[in-house]
Write a protein that binds this ligand. Structure first.
Ligand code: 5CA
Length: 444
């Protein structure tokens, strides 16, 4: 793909309205464009990254047996009146009237809608568990949308819902999502730590937020820093193994500020292990038992002939917020260098040929190299402009492909100047470059 042909409105300087680095970079390289307060259009570069994140999120949901559906963005107020949340949700809910004067709303979340779908079809414990998810736009009329797509009004979320016959089975479902979240964030090259959290308007008494550390984050966290040394192994999708995995994390005090208790923190965590800092919430999971199934009459026949309300949980990942969160984690704003993890990079490699009016031989070389890379399913962006070399490098550093090839006048023979962003360049044969990139991509 030639840079000259891309819809890539790059700005020379940081836009003044952006206060944090993800917002700065996203506006600077034209990943998004604000359309009104807290509402954004996604332009090609930003959309490409978000779609790649979505794909990883989807794959990890499917791996735990969750089934994908798609619910609408517009919902009827009726089901929210049944659950009692129509009034409770307050001003964050965008309420709309249709031409028949019916009260509708733009969904801020989907507990009610999915419970309605469930209760109309599933009647027996034999069909449980059911894990359903969708990836859809949500709207919350935030009073102070800020930091670009990090806290906006319209955002893209993966939300999943579990339905089980008992508390015990429901916790098994909860733990499956717990595991799938750790795996998802690993694949995005993020260290997201599960922290005991408040349940807010969703309800229930068990909840974890998944948080990545960032100075600009809005969540205050109190944690035993040894939790960062934990990792998941090859956990099986079995009750015991998943319970042990969650316990392993819960052994270390790690909470958000609503759950913070100074005395407990100081008692449980030695001073050298205490970490009080800020982070970005990229996921949030909840267990709330029969909160919605009871009020909305979602029950199943049990084996002994009785009926019971199903036990439910819900599980969110901020897919659009993740784009910003990854930038917060990976962008060096002093050097103005972004390096996307290869799993979601908009391009795997950028090719920067030095081109002048009367010499396009470097562009020809770039084209030949690009063809070979593309034949190996490596995504390439070529700077085919006649701009000077340093501004070309600057631009590619902002776009953030993790690898670069530089083609100067002297590039001849089979050695190519190749660079992993953030490291020194080296001269390699094309076949070795291809091998290296394929290996990196395969790790994901
Ligand atoms: N129904 C539950 C779980 S599906 C729920 O809505 N949870 S939530 O409110 O915590 O949202 C899930 C995730 O969406 C959050 O962890 C966050 O990553 C993302 N999110 C929430 N509000 C916003 C917002 N205003 N802007 C961008 N992302 C948001």
């Amino acid at each position: 793909m030639y840079i000259s042909k891309l819809f890539l409105p790059i700005l020379k300087n940081n836009p003044s309205e952006a206060k944090i680095k993800s917002h700065q970079l996203m506006l600077r390289v034209g990943m998004i464009k604000q359309s009104s307060a807290g509402i954004y259009s996604w332009l090609p570069l930003g959309f490409k990254v978000m779609k790649k994140i979505e794909k990883i999120v989807r794959e990890e949901q499917n791996k735990i047996g969750a089934q994908e559906i798609l619910m609408p963005t517009i919902q009827s107020s009726e089901i929210w009146k049944e659950s009692g949340r129509y009034e409770d949700y307050g001003e964050e809910m965008l309420r709309i009237k249709d031409r028949q004067n019916r009260e509708m709303l733009y969904g801020p979340t989907n507990e009610e809608l999915v419970t309605d779908i469930f209760r109309s079809s599933i009647k027996s414990y034999k069909s449980l568990p059911q894990l359903l998810y969708h990836i859809q736009w949500k709207f919350r009329d935030e009073i102070r949308p800020r930091f670009g797509i990090m806290r906006c009004r319209e955002f893209y979320m993966k939300d999943a819902y579990s339905f089980d016959v008992s508390d015990d089975e429901a916790l098994f479902s909860y733990n499956k999502f717990f595991l799938s979240y750790l795996k998802t964030f690993n694949r995005l090259d993020l260290t997201a730590i599960p922290m005991a959290a408040d349940t807010g308007p969703i309800g229930g008494n068990l909840s974890h937020e998944f948080i990545i550390l960032a100075e600009t984050g809005e969540s205050k966290i109190f944690t035993d820093k040894r939790i960062f040394d934990l990792s998941i192994k090859n956990e099986k999708l079995e009750k015991k193994s998943l319970e042990n995995m969650r316990k392993k994390y819960e052994n270390y005090y790690s909470v958000t500020d609503e759950k913070f208790n100074k005395e407990e923190f100081e008692k449980k965590v030695l001073s050298e292990n205490r970490l009080i800092t800020k982070g970005i919430e990229v996921g949030h999971i909840f267990y709330f038992g029969d909160k919605y199934s009871k009020s909305m009459g979602a029950s199943v026949d049990l084996s002994g002939g009785k009926k019971d309300f199903v036990k439910m949980g819900s599980y969110g990942i901020g897919v659009s917020r993740l784009v910003g969160a990854i930038i917060e984690a990976k962008y060096d704003d002093k050097q103005e260098v972004m390096k996307w993890p290869i799993s979601i990079a908009p391009y795997d490699i950028s090719i920067i040929p030095m081109i002048s009016k009367n010499d396009s031989s470097a562009l020809e070389k770039a084209n030949n190299i690009a063809t070979e890379l593309q034949n190996n399913k490596i995504e390439v962006i070529i700077d085919d402009t006649e701009e000077n070399f340093s501004s070309k490098i600057k631009k590619m550093n902002l776009i953030g492909a993790p690898y670069q090839i530089i083609i100067g006048k002297q590039t001849d023979g089979d050695l190519i100047e190749f660079k992993e962003v953030g490291k020194d360049s080296q001269n390699l044969k094309l076949k070795d470059i291809i091998k290296l990139i394929i290996e990196q991509k395969a790790k994901n």
